[in-house]
Design a protein around this ligand. Sequence first.
Ligand SMILES: Cc1cc2nc3c(=O)[nH]c(=O)nc-3n(C[C@H](O)[C@H](O)[C@H](O)COP(=O)(O)OP(=O)(O)OC[C@H]3O[C@@H](n4cnc5c(N)ncnc54)[C@H](O)[C@@H]3O)c2cc1C
Ligand code: FES
Ligand code: FES
Length: 1359
Amino acid sequence: MAKAHELVVYVNGKRHHLPSGAADWTLLQYLRHVGLSGTKLGCGEGGCGACTVMVSRRNVQTGKIEHRAVNACLCALYSVENCHVITVEGIGNLRRGLHPVQEKLAHAHGSQCGFCTPGFVMSMYALLRSKHEPPTEEEIEEALAGNLCRCTGYRPILDAFRVFAKADTQAYAQELGGNGVQGVTSGGIESGGKKICPGTGLPCENGCSRQKVCSRSEAHDGKKQNVDHNNDDAELIFPPELMTRTPEALHLPGKTCTWHRPTDLTSLLDTKQQAPNAKIIVGNTEVGIEMKFKHAGYPQLVDGSAIPELNEIHVVEESLVVGSSVTLSTLVDYLRSNTQCKGTDMAVAFLRQLKWFAGLQIRNAAAIGGNICTASPISDLNPLLISCNATFEVQSKGNTSRFIQANAFFLGYRKTAMQPEEVLVRVHIPLSKPFEYVQEFKQAHRRDDDIAIVNAGMRVRFKPPEGADPLWLVEDVAIAYGGVAPCTVIARDTAAFLVGKPWTQDTLRIALDIASQEIKVGKEAPGGMVEFRNSLVTSFLFKFFACSGLKLSSDAGEQAVGEMPAGARSAAKPYERPPSKGLQYWGPPADGRKLCDERIPVGEPVMHMAAELQVTGEAQYSDDCWPAGTLVGALVASKYPHAKIVSIDPSNAIVMEGVHGFFSARDVPGSNAIGAVALDEECFATDEVTAVGQPIGILVAETEQQARAAALKVHVEYEELHPILSIKDAIAANSEYEGEGHSIVKGDARSAFDSGEYLIMEGECRIGGQEHFYLEPQNTLVVPGEGSEISMFSSTQAPMKHQKMVASVLGVSANKVVCRTKRIGGGFGGKETRSFYVACAAAVPAYLLKRPVRLCLDRDEDMQTSGHRHAFLCRYKLAYTAQGKLVAIDAHLYNNAGNSLDLSTSIMDRALLHLDNVYNIPHMTCKGHVCKTNQMSNTAFRGFGGPQGMLVMEMILEKVAASVGKSAVEVREMNFYKVGEKTHYGQALENARHLDCWTQVIENSEYHCRRLAVDEFNRASKLRKRGISVVPTKFGISFTTKFLNQAGALVHIYTDGTVLLTHGGVEMGQGLHTKVAQITAATLGIPLSSVYVAETATDKVPNASPTAASASSDMYGAAALDACQQLVARLKPYMDKLPGKTFKEVVNAAYLDRVDLSAHGFYKTPDVEGFGSCRPFNYFCFGASVSEVEIDRLTGDFQVLRTDIVMDAGNPLNPAIDVGQVEGAFVQGMGWCCIEELVWGDSEHKWVKPGQLHTRGPGTYKIPTANDIPIDFRVSLLTGKPNNRAVASSKAVGEPPFFLSTSVFFAIQDAIRAARVEDSNSLDFTLDSPATPERIRLLSADKLTGWQIAEDIRPNGSW
Ligand SMILES: Cc1cc2nc3c(=O)[nH]c(=O)nc-3n(C[C@H](O)[C@H](O)[C@H](O)COP(=O)(O)OP(=O)(O)OC[C@H]3O[C@@H](n4cnc5c(N)ncnc54)[C@H](O)[C@@H]3O)c2cc1C
Ligand code: FES
Ligand code: FES
């Protein structure tokens, strides 16, 4: 039994006694501290879901056990006292057996880099545990909305979990095609398939037809493990001790923070009376962020979750009364189930708003009181509460309750009418009455888990007419907006006008006019997007008018309202998204694809080799395990984009507790100069800083908290210098890296321009950058050895670069420095060169202190300092025929390289090489300009400049099509290369497959019929428009720097017949190790399970090129093949001598005969000559895609209805992995061109500090979620087209599909065009990339909402 005040938590069934003095710890810190490293830190701000765990607690009121998924990174450690925490390690592992959720995810190829995987597993697991019947597909998608994955494109994850959904029996079937033709359908399930058990997700012969989730899984030890998700006994049980143990009042003093947990209201009021500044926390989803990212220190935290009064929820006298600590998920459950609430307009509006409120993990933790008391201007609930006439009941010690109307509660930015000693006790929300309609609105960058740009709550009550006029009149109305001012605001004038008015178009027109005058975002308002936000004010009001009018006419008859405005029905159409579905198709293996052994053909869709480790959380990343005595580093970085360093004073920092030292440039033992190609960076800045985030020094301490706190105390004095913050600034200041911008010239563009024969056009394309958002942040662990030996465990795509740079910074030779990388949690190019400065910074103190030092960047630091995909700008001039044939182009491409050269020249080179995409333009002059700016150096990102080059060309072709009045499809086809023609740099298009992909995708997608259907839809729908587009791609494979096209591999055969494979490539989720192991197994004729890949290390395979350029499986596969072929040749005599013997027996015979059973293989890509030659590429990959979208003109919202892709992958080494790469690249590409927007402090965003990145975390920077992927997502690999220029006739697949996502961009542009046609607006408009809701809304410029947007508007961006 628990002793008094013993702090008890159960973790995975084991009793833990919580440490004292840990009031400011998060649950995640604790879990990782006790060695449970399966729970990952992706962002620390509740935005990625990598840290998801399940918390089970007994509800003291109901006595029931509640299971909820929560973000461990925000969950205060002491808040789980008396709870049971289950982490990914607790539900299954490789030894005991996988849990069905883990097993299904692994087998469905739902884990690539695996860093997000434990979070997805736990979200799904908690959903199953929390429900008493199988969830629906919608519930599954909703439960995963708070989990981000940057690799998979989500489809395989959704498919993996779909088997747990409630559906008809057919939905548990899956079809596996016969005859070697592999085709897997998801969502739409084919008949004739095998039965899959809804519980296990595995084929089941039991004939069990019950719809309940019944799991029966076979543990690896052979023991049956009955898993019934409704029965706690079958899973980790809720600890009996906690069944009876009620939460006690706690008072836990600590050094910096004291934790209080009152268990009754009187004690809470007492505490607040004694310490008015004590912070009440429930979910900690606001306070946690303030403490971590805004460095707010709260000496007293008061847990408000154990007070019965604050947890009550009931209906009293026609009002819903909600205790302030009631979590949002509990509120949702109540609104859905309580008979008095259910179905009322108020309840429906709250439910709809809460659906888009954060992710489920946040809703499970966050309370209604926290949302109200934070008084955020973008709170989603406050506008609704105001419009519903809610009242807030507050109380302080010794006083009776005070009731404050919601519309008088919010006084200013995060300021309320409550006194410091007061506590919000209850919220009273009147239930809506007949003829009273409530509507919620929210527009964000992304639908799921995003904070609002503008939101609103609106309510109107009608009364019957008094005279002969049949029109009903407005009796009461309330309208409140968020996101337009420092606090939620009320449109009082608009409401006053509406009272007593009939619901007619005249009323609407005047109301829109008043609202647009009354609610106006100021020109320089923080958050920017002024025109967009202002337009949303009237868009929402228009929608409210349409929705309420339609409801009233349905309830009271058509005569009750005036004629609805045109487009009312489409304006009122609610957002709907069915569960997504997909189709993946690949053809039969072509002849000759098998290397050696019939049993292990290369080309099998085998599971990622580490998938089972990843789903159980056993897969280790470099930050998962530190040796004893490891110190922790925190960077001291520049605050200015350009400044002289006047002085650095660490004196206040180095005296702090736990601090071991501060290290800056003067401490660097070797050379301070570092860089990817040119050594133009410094390990630590000396005299001048040239970007915000540039490292100036590193502070090293015993713990991360100590290091970070001390780093803040290092005083750096600067003298500010003029910064260059954008490409435009750089052009104006002529700021380029000299000699770095190359040119490609074909034909004579000038003569074509001067000939007078052609139409001429000039223009400018703008393409924004992109954050890599790998889920695992940059990190390294540097461990000194004897003498000057150094070992590094780094999350990098380029271990050799780490070795080289660290050796140089420390002044030691490369043979003493080893870099090891087991796997990385995503890289996408961001860890190709931008990881070594992290290693260099940590190496200096590790070397000097002779202690291991770990440095892991926080997400915001990582985003600010580690560079992005380059923003591009292109100024062009064209000559083209009246039919749309491009004759000449003169293009100047500018990229934003940032403050060092890094790889920007090669990235620009690739953009120039890809400018042609699949088009033969007779005359091309293209010149690259590598702009030097005061951003941290931008860097490699999937596609490496290629997508930017191709996007420029596609933007141009669409302009040409619009200019000559033809369809973009026709103009594209007219300009296609013909097979055998040469590119603008002179490489012949051997085996060109763009026409195959194009024709097939048009056919598969039924493009032409759907084009007609889209046009038909647009004729009938005024405010929702659809668009459809087809885009082709051609992507060159090879490093364009010749010497990088080399690779090594090492294969050891052991006498038990197993093989250890090591090669120079890094596993970052792309399945490289699996593919190379498949080649190894096939060549040696052994099962795949006999091959093991331990890690990538510079002491095993030296001088390896970075894992990049999509070429790794080609190169390392070929190098491994070379090693294996040497071994096969050595073993051949023994195979011949011992026919019918096993591999192990053959190997043993060779061993006894003293044969070397280890071989080093090497490969250099033949024929390639690099940039400047006419053969920069070994070969090309081709593809094409069709996407269809629907946009909401009034808000800029969009959905991708369907995407079809045909991708040329040669004979795939592993088609399942290749499909995963296609889907992942496509969704990441969609992020780039439609969703993700980097916002920098520059001339277009004056509300952000100069040179600061505003979008520094998942809260502000939005990558696609599962809800953003195409609703119908079909991927086919081109069949029967082997590639004779790569190993096993395969093709590279990592980068080539990325560009296909622009079919979504152009489909959006097509839909905007339809919107402009509708209102006779000019069709000469420019959609810059990304096509965010802001751009969609503003370019769709409608004349209905009373907010007149200039026809030629071009919203701001950071380029
Ligand atoms: C990833 C993420 C996504 C988010 N998405 C959204 C979103 O979509 N929409 C949105 O509106 N918000 C969003 N938020 C903000 C936040 O989740 C909400 O405001 C939430 O409701 C806060 O509740 P909490 O219990 O976590 O508050 P806490 O952090 O525990 O407390 C917040 C504040 O309220 C005060 N407080 C709490 N209870 C009382 C009380 N009874 N009396 C007096 N003061 C009290 C606290 O002292 C503190 O100042 C998001 C946050 C995160 C981290
Ligand atoms: S680490 Fe917790 S949500 Fe990202
Ligand atoms: S597998 Fe999801 S982030 Fe890598």
